[in-house]
Each structure stands twice: as structure tokens, then as C-alpha cells.
Design a protein around this ligand. Structure first.
Ligand code: CP
Ligand code: NVA
Length: 310
């Protein structure tokens, strides 16, 4: 069973192949990129269930479109639509869905829900974001860097702000794609040590720097994300966070200290004027909208890997 749950669990050669295939799909060198009129439909006859316990624009639409371009069909569900939201267990839900469906994508809260679903499913499961991780995003980010700057190996990636779920998957990607990683944010929001340790064990040079001006000078790629993730909306005082995180805002003053050829990325949705200013997000170094587009291409390659239709 080829689940796509977290990047540290997948052979790095497979991850490298998925990114290469995604670039070929985007460049039209792969027949499945041509959309609805193309005769190559590797997902023909297959139905994918997408369960969203949290809102989504990019993940939901890019998977839906990608699956249809590959010839498959989709059913989009929210956890509260299902009996899952009314007491049926995750394990029983997985067993039942496996009888109808060829693949399940889930965006949920606790990572334990994702793993319980996968452990009880007879069909592949893809992680569409949890409180802890967001691997599909990191695959699109690696693809975006490589299409603009070539191999990401030994490049210097800087994460500014909150050491959140996207940051965690970026650290797993650092271990698997062999890039170096610097975290720069307040100590209270450091990434979980298990992700930092994983990247180090896999040979990534991982550093924590508290001064953004020092941290940015050597970076090939500068990344940030919202200061308040979806699962934190009710339990964080935005005033406290603003005060803590303000020094790590990515603005043009800070970007002036970066190398001219350094790129900026944000997984979106962005909160303009908070973690990033509009001049940076819309500036020449920003590849945020390429990242969003690349979700479509890389997820088509992930779907093909999961279903063994390479
Ligand atoms: N980046 C990302 O996953 O966006 P959505 O929340 O819109 O899916
Ligand atoms: N860290 C953000 C990512 C959104 C794509 C969140 O979890 O809300």
C-alpha cells in the first residue's frame, strides 16, 4: 500500500522521481498534462474521496482538477457530513470507504486521525494537511525551487516566523532532498525537535538563528507562512503573537539584505501586512503563485505514484 502520509516515510528516490515527473507534466512532456481532452487517462474508472475537516482553496481545487484531468472522479466530503462526525470510528469509516473508493485524501486536525485512517484503509491515503505537517505543499515548494534555480541539494533555505506544520514538512524535505535549513523565529515557536533532529540525522545542516538580518544574508530561498494556523485560531491571542512575531515579518527592508537571486515563497493563504508585506509577495523574488500552480502538477505525480500508474 503506497500511502503519502509524511515525507520521511517515503524513499527519497521516489520523491525525486515525483518532482521530476511533475516538471515533465507541467512542461507538457507527459501526456496526462493535457487535461480533459487527452486520451491518456491513468485514473479512468477510479473514484477519489476527499475529506476536508478544515477549509481549503488550493488543496481542494488542485486535487479535484488534477484527478479529473487524469480521468478520475471525485467526491468531496467534510468530516461533519460523514457519520464520522457523529460518533462512527475512524477505523470503521476507513474500512467502509475502502469498499467503494480507490484513494482517500484527508485534511484534518490531529495527525493520529490520518494514521488511524491509513492503518485501517485498504486503499492509499494522502495527507492533505494536519496540525503537524503538510507534505504535498513541500513537494510543490521543492518543485518550484528546482524549476527556477536547478537542484535544491545543499541550497540554504531560511524559514521565518512560526515553526508550524508547513515548516515541519519543509524540514522533512530538507532531510530527503539534502538541503540546508535555518529557522529564524521566537524560541517559543521553534519547530518541534523531532523534525529538526530528523533533518540533521539525514545530513542537513540545521541551524537556529534569532536575528533575521543575520539569517537572511546567506539564504537561497526565504519562506514564511501565516502566524496563526487554522487549528490555532481559537486559542492564540493575536496581540501576543503580533508582538512576538513582528521582528520576523518578511518586508522589503529585510529582503534588501538577501542575495539578489534569492527567492521568496509562501504556501498561501497570506495575511498581507502580517507575516509578509504586499511588496514582497508581489515582488520579483516571490514565486508564491508558481507554488500554488505547482500543487496541481506535483499532486498528479503523487496520485500516479500512490496508484502505481507511473
Ligand atoms: N497552501 C494550501 O494548502 O492552501 P489551502 O489551505 O487553500 O489548501
Ligand atoms: N500553516 C497553515 C497552512 C495553510 C495551508 C495552516 O495550517 O493553517
Amino acid at each position: 500500500m503506497k500511502h503519502f502520509l509524511n515525507l520521511n516515510e517515503i524513499d527519497s528516490n521516489d520523491l525525486i522521481h515525483i518532482v521530476e515527473q511533475a516538471i515533465n507534466i507541467k512542461n507538457g512532456q507527459d501526456k496526462s498534462s493535457k487535461g480533459a481532452l487527452d486520451s491518456n487517462k491513468p485514473l479512468d474508472g477510479k473514484v477519489v474521496a476527499m475529506i476536508f475537516d478544515k477549509p481549503s482553496t488550493r488543496t481542494r481545487v488542485s486535487f479535484d482538477v488534477g484527478i479529473k484531468q487524469l480521468g478520475g472522479q471525485t467526491i468531496v466530503l467534510s468530516g461533519s457530513d460523514l457519520q464520522l462526525g457523529h460518533g462512527e470510528s475512524i477505523a470503521d469509516t476507513a474500512r467502509v470507504l475502502s469498499r467503494y473508493i480507490d484513494l482517500i485524501i484527508i485534511r484534518t486536525f490531529d495527525e493520529s486521525t490520518l494514521y488511524e485512517l491509513a492503518q485501517n484503509s485498504n486503499v492509499p491515503v494522502i495527507n492533505g494537511l494536519t496540525n503537524a505537517t503538510h507534505p504535498c505543499q513541500s513537494m510543490a515548494d521543492v518543485m518550484t525551487f528546482q524549476e527556477h534555480r536547478g537542484s535544491i541539494k545543499r541550497k540554504q533555505i531560511l524559514w521565518l516566523g512560526d515553526g508550524n506544520n508547513v515548516c515541519a514538512s519543509t524540514l522533512q524535505a530538507a532531510g530527503q532532498f539534502n538541503f540546508d535549513f535555518t529557522f529564524c523565529g521566537p524560541e517559543t515557536l521553534d519547530p518541534n525537535h523531532s523534525y529538526l533532529d530528523y533533518a540533521k540525522r539525514k545530513g542537513s545542516n540545521v541551524t537556529i538563528v534569532r536575528d533575521p538580518i543575520k539569517a537572511i544574508s546567506n539564504a537561497d530561498l526565504i519562506m514564511t507562512d501565516t502566524w496563526v494556523s487554522m487549528h490555532e485560531k481559537n486559542n492564540q491571542s493575536s496581540k501576543t503573537l503580533d508582538n512576538q512575531l513582528k521582528p520576523y515579518q518578511v518586508n522589503s527592508e529585510l529582503m534588501k539584505q538577501s542575495k539578489k537571486e534569492a527567492l521568496f515563497m509562501h504556501c498561501l493563504p497570506a495575511h498581507r501586512g502580517q507575516e509578509v508585506t504586499s511588496d514582497v509577495l508581489d515582488g520579483v523574488q516571490s514565486k508564491a503563485f508558481d507554488q500554488a500552480e505547482n500543487r496541481l502538477h506535483v499532486q498528479k505525480a503523487i496520485l500516479r505514484w500512490c496508484l502505481d500508474v507511473l
